[in-house]
Design a protein around this ligand. Structure first.
Ligand code: C2E
Ligand code: MG
Ligand code: MG
Length: 685
């Protein structure tokens, strides 16, 4: 190569170059190196010693920041410490990459490359890579890079915690492999669609299989990756987020919206839905569909007296008992309060529904021990079959309700099936409520009197006045129907005042000390004015207050107890006796005995009925014991047989009332009854 050409090349390369000889004198250099090292040309020209260049730079302190042994090599230049390849930064910020190569005849060739920009670019790249890696590796989301066949090329470490795999285990596997079969089609469709789009991406929730086998809900946000130069799709990037927590919360919310929180049973909304479906399907298939509307008997009394926690426990227990009777495909729902509903499907025979209802009644009415007390609730059931196509869900609900009402009105703890004419009876009920106002004025109400006698001597001590209504069209109507109706309409206040006056008017003709007992409704006590009504009745009849007895039920003590107690105390202070009626139906009873000094306790006839049973006898005995201690007389209601009489006597009941002694009698017959009976003149017990 000519010297000219060599020079041309030397001056056109981007590198600086210095060649020294065996004596370390500069033999060749180019202009570029002067620039790079920022040294004057005379230091290099004419075979100058390279030491000059070195010293010039050292004097400027260029090497002071460099680490040993590089610093030593650059400052002293002795061949033992030679470093062939290094990078150093210069005071002006440039970075030089220097290569030093010995040449055979002695001497060195040094080439200088300015790597300032390349280094900066590399550093920037490294930085961004590091940042992305930090993001990918420390995120809770799984990042995946893959090719167009959905084969994974990179999987971030979050996969370990979310899906239980090591990232390497999944590299090379196909995305679809781990998607739940139910969601694979959806995924493929979305992916195919995204590939055809310019900004192809989609977000979808799907289940991925965990290494342990179960599935985890993930939200996958997938994007097609394109080659920047020609926009060709080359793969995908996906971010997978664990959303099982969110799904659980959503499921929880959905569950709560359709279930009763207390019992975990379906609620009204879900029941309605299932009934709707069953009715639709029932018309297609051959099985019968039936709905049972259920309502607990005496639940309110338990809830009021034992408190809500006990009431809740009872509802849960009832739910369990009912579930145990039903078949797995029946739906038991709690509609609210103490109302339940049952949907029976696939019934071979309509009578199977009745049979199940009877089993439900038997299961629910088993005694329950709550807070140490034995409680018995019953359940009333209204049953209706969905047989015909033209019956709507709404109508089925209504029919079951009407039948339920019938079961309740007939005394509860039984099942009644819907009959078309029951609807008419319900209408009658509303009509009765209207008629009642008229009936008081027309004198359709009468009082019958049932004697209460001494358990040992049979001597008449008092009569209980019991109301009767003979309706001009419907005939004799039971107080079990019209009393609650009068309470609902408020007419009971008027009716109650009338009963007080009538009873006192009749009793004043009986020999002294025979008393008359009048039933008082909780509504009369709560509305106030009872005291005035009693005083008026006593004043107009002239009956002594000591010969009047008022019968109240435990329910009067449950609500607004203070004002109610005050009026009871006031009446008692005037000499009127106060009896606690139907004791045992509220079950709270023993506690209430201490709230008010009742003169008498009337044991409900359900106890008397059951008295042959050891547990009932024990309760009766306990009540008698407490009554004696508190100075309260005990009346056994509903004594129907001689056996019951001897048992209640044995348990210590002092007074007896019931059909065995006498039915309730019209006033004139009561007077005849009295005339024929032995009378104790010292005063009743
Ligand atoms: P109650 O106060 O417990 O009255 C006793 C009920 O038991 C009466 O029913 C009576 O006829 C019935 N009974 C008496 N002995 C026997 C027996 O040996 N066996 C059976 N199975 N039953 C017997 P009745 O007359 O149907 O009255 C039902 C309820 O209606 C009464 O229960 C009372 O709570 C209410 N009631 C009746 N008259 C009045 C009234 O004037 N005012 C108010 N507020 N309620 C009344
Ligand atoms: Mg009574
Ligand atoms: Mg009673």
């Amino acid at each position: 190569m000519s010297k000219m050409r060599f020079r041309t090349i030397l001056e056109h390369i981007d590198q600086g170059l210095i060649m020294t000889d065996a004596n370390d004198c500069v033999r060749v250099y180019n202009q570029r190196v002067l620039q790079m090292l920022n040294v004057p040309e005379n230091l290099l020209r004419g075979g100058a010693a390279f030491a000059n260049v070195r010293n010039c730079q050292a004097a400027r302190g260029e090497f002071a920041h460099l680490p040993q042994p590089l610093r030593r090599w650059l400052e002293e230049g002795d061949s033992d410490s030679m470093i062939e390849d290094y990078e150093r930064s210069r005071p002006d910020g440039t970075v030089l990459h220097v290569r030093t190569v010995p040449i055979p005849e002695g001497g060195l060739v040094r080439t200088f490359t300015d790597v300032t920009q390349r280094n900066a670019a590399e550093a920037a790249l490294r930085d961004s890579e590091r940042r992305f890696r930090l993001l990918a590796e420390n995120s809770n989301d799984i990042f995946i890079l893959g090719d167009l066949d959905l084969r994974r090329l990179y999987v971030s470490p979050a996969v370990r915690t979310v899906l239980g795999y090591e990232p390497e285990e999944l590299v090379g596997s196909v995305q679809l492999e781990h998607v739940h079969p139910d969601e694979q089609n959806m995924f493929t469709e979305l992916w195919t669609k995204a590939q055809g789009e310019r900004e192809g991406r989609f977000v979808a929730s799907m289940r991925y299989q965990h290494k342990a086998g179960h599935h985890v809900w993930l939200e996958a946000s997938v994007r097609v990756v394109r080659e920047p130069s020609d926009d060709r799709a080359i793969g995908y990037v996906a971010a997978l987020r664990d959303i099982s927590e969110r799904r659980r919360a959503e499921e929880q919310i959905r569950y709560l919206a359709l279930h009763d929180a207390l019992t975990g049973l379906p609620n009204r909304a879900l029941f309605w839905d299932r009934l709707d479906q069953a009715v639709a399907q029932g018309h297609r298939t051959h099985g019968f569909v039936a709905m049972l509307a259920c309502d607990l008997d005496r639940f309110k009394a338990v809830n009021d007296s034992l408190g809500h926690p006990a009431g809740d426990a009872l509802l849960r227990l009832v739910a369990d008992r009912m579930t145990a009777v039903l078949r797995p495909y029946d739906t038991l729902a709690r509609l609210g309060g103490d109302e339940f509903a049952v949907l029976l499907t696939h019934l071979d025979l309509p009578s199977n529904a009745t049979h199940l209802a009877e089993q439900l009644i038997a299961a629910v009415s088993q005694p329950v021990t709550l807070e140490g007390r034995t409680v018995e609730v019953g359940i009333s059931i209204g049953l209706t079959l969905a047989l015909k196509r033209d019956v709507s869900t709404d109508e089925i609900f209504k029919r079951a309700d009407i039948a339920l009402y019938e079961a309740k009105a007939a005394g509860g703890n039984m099942c009644r099936e819907f009959e078309a004419n029951v609807g008419v009876r319900i209408a009658l009920r509303s009509q009765l409520a209207l008629d009642m106002g008229e009936a008081i004025r027309r004198g359709e109400f009468r009082l019958f009197y049932q004697p209460v006698v001494d358990a040992t001597t049979g001597v008449v001590l008092s009569f209980e006045a019991l109301m009767r209504w003979r309706h001009p069209v419907h005939g004799e109507i039971s107080p079990g129907i019209f009393i609650p109706l009068a309470e609902e309409t408020g007419l009971i206040v008027l009716l109650g005042s009338w009963a007080l006056q009538e009873a006192c008017r009749v009793a004043v003709d009986w020999p002294d000390p025979i008393r008359v007992a009048v039933n008082v409704s909780v509504v009369q006590l709560r509305r106030g004015g009872l005291e005035a009504a009693v005083l008026l009745a006593l004043a107009t009849s002239g009956l002594s207050p000591t010969r009047l007895k008022l019968e109240v039920t435990e329910s009067v003590l449950v609500h607004d107890a203070d004002s109610v107690l005050a009026s009871l105390h006031a009446l008692r202070a005037r000499g009127v006796r106060i009896a606690l009626d139907d004791f045992g139906t509220g079950y709270s009873s023993l506690g209430y005995l201490r709230i008010f000094p009742f003169d008498e306790i009337k044991l409900d006839r359900t106890f008397v009925n059951d008295i042959a049973r050891a547990d009932s006898a024990a309760i009766v005995r306990a009540v008698v014991g407490i009554g004696e201690r508190l100075g309260m007389g005990i009346v056994a209601e509903g004594v129907e047989t001689a056996e019951q009489l001897s048992l209640v006597r044995r348990e210590g009941c002092a007074q007896i009332q019931g059909f065995l002694i006498s039915q309730p009698l019209p006033a004139h017959e009561a007077a005849l009854y009295l005339a024929a009976s032995p009378i104790l003149c010292d005063g009743p017990g």
